[in-house]
Design a binder for this molecule. Structure first.
Ligand SMILES: Cc1cc2nc3c(=O)[nH]c(=O)nc-3n(C[C@H](O)[C@H](O)[C@H](O)COP(=O)(O)OP(=O)(O)OC[C@H]3O[C@@H](n4cnc5c(N)ncnc54)[C@H](O)[C@@H]3O)c2cc1C
Length: 301
């Protein structure tokens, strides 16, 4: 049964033009607050002021607000960025998708303000801990990065020696959320690696790659097995196995929008449809075992 916690925003940091991170501390009860594993989430409940009606317009593909401003209490799910090893605080990251809650909260919620967290809950990444997976590829797009960071911090603090490769996709370099934090995390462990791709920015405008922080341009999996490229026999020597690792040994976690995960979205008529291919499709095409894939869909798009 998820608990409710009254929390205060101790620190709010702008992470990109449309996202902020929030470090929350408990105001009173904190029993069970840190009883979570990487991949789990809290419902964040807060009071916001927004137009009375906000309706999705299929033509412009935008949310159209109308009517007078009203005060509402709304709650949405946010994955934990911090690790349960970091007691005393819960970090969440919120990115605006131009919807009915996040843009208003990002605009109106300030340091010192209070809200409610309900949780922790969720099954994403649970298999990693149940199977004691030692090789993990975390695929994220946009706001899908929180669980990857939580997992890396958790592996580091518990000295698990788990290989974690973060594959993070964004439109441009400026859209990467927690860019510095990810690089810093990778620098803390020989077991970590990050592969960033900018889908709408050419390679010559991206930083120079190093052996463990790599920059690419375009979508992952375009004409290649991206996982194999960055994990197989390319200097990723595993001390536990005493050999270079094979990409099929990796457990894959995929987090973000439906289009990133499996290419599904709404067609022109607003109906659910398969519009393209996502990371899961590519993994399966290369005969990745389906039991080595876990998904966390944030929204349909
Ligand atoms: C388990 C879980 C964990 C999550 N963790 C995070 C996290 O760590 N960070 C984070 O930023 N988000 C996270 N999310 C997403 C988050 O819960 C919210 O969905 C997100 O903040 C958007 O909420 P919103 O109300 O502002 O947008 P919504 O109003 O829900 O809109 C979301 C998108 O859908 C579009 N849309 C709305 N209605 C329609 C329609 N009828 N047809 C077509 N498109 C439509 C909107 O234009 C917008 O682009 C998570 C979601 C889940 C389920």
């Amino acid at each position: 049964m998820p608990n409710k916690y009254n929390v205060r925003a101790e620190k709010i940091t702008t992470e990109s033009s449309d996202s902020k991170s929030f470090i929350f501390t408990p105001i009173d009860n904190e029993e069970g607050l840190y009883d979570y594993l990487p991949g789990q989430f809290f419902m964040l409940e807060a009071k916001i002021t927004r137009p009375e009606s906000i309706v999705y317009d299929k033509e412009s593909k935008q949310m159209i607000p109308s009517g007078p401003d009203v005060e509402v209490v709304e709650k949405k799910a946010y994955s934990v960025v911090s690790s349960p090893t970091q007691k005393g605080q819960i970090e969440l990251m919120i990115k605006s998708e131009q919807g009915v809650f996040a843009p208003y909260l990002l605009d109106q919620f300030h340091e010192g303000d209070t809200c409610t967290l309900i949780g922790p809950t969720g099954k994403f990444m649970k298999e990693i801990f149940e199977q004691n997976s030692k090789f993990i590829a975390c695929w994220s797009a946009g706001s899908g990065i929180p669980s990857t960071l939580s997992l890396m911090q958790y592996c580091l603090d518990n000295q698990l020696g788990t290989k974690v490769v973060a594959f993070d996709s964004n439109k441009t370099l400026d859209d990467i959320i927690y860019h510095d934090k990810i690089k810093e995390m990778v620098s803390k462990s020989e077991h970590f690696k990050a592969v960033f791709t900018a889908t709408r920015q050419p390679l010559d405008q991206l930083p120079k790659s190093t052996s463990d922080v790599i920059y690419e341009s375009g979508r992952f999996w375009t004409g290649e097995n991206t996982l194999s490229k960055h994990t197989d026999n390319r200097g990723f020597f595993d001390k536990l196995l005493g050999k270079k690792t094979n990409w099929l040994e990796y457990f894959n976690t995929i987090c973000g929008s439906s289009s990133f995960i499996n290419g599904k979205g709404r067609d022109k008529a607003g109906k659910m449809a398969k519009l393209g291919e996502g990371v899961e499709d590519h993994l399966l095409k290369f005969e990745c075992n389906p039991s080595n894939i876990d998904k966390d869909q944030y929204y349909l798009q």
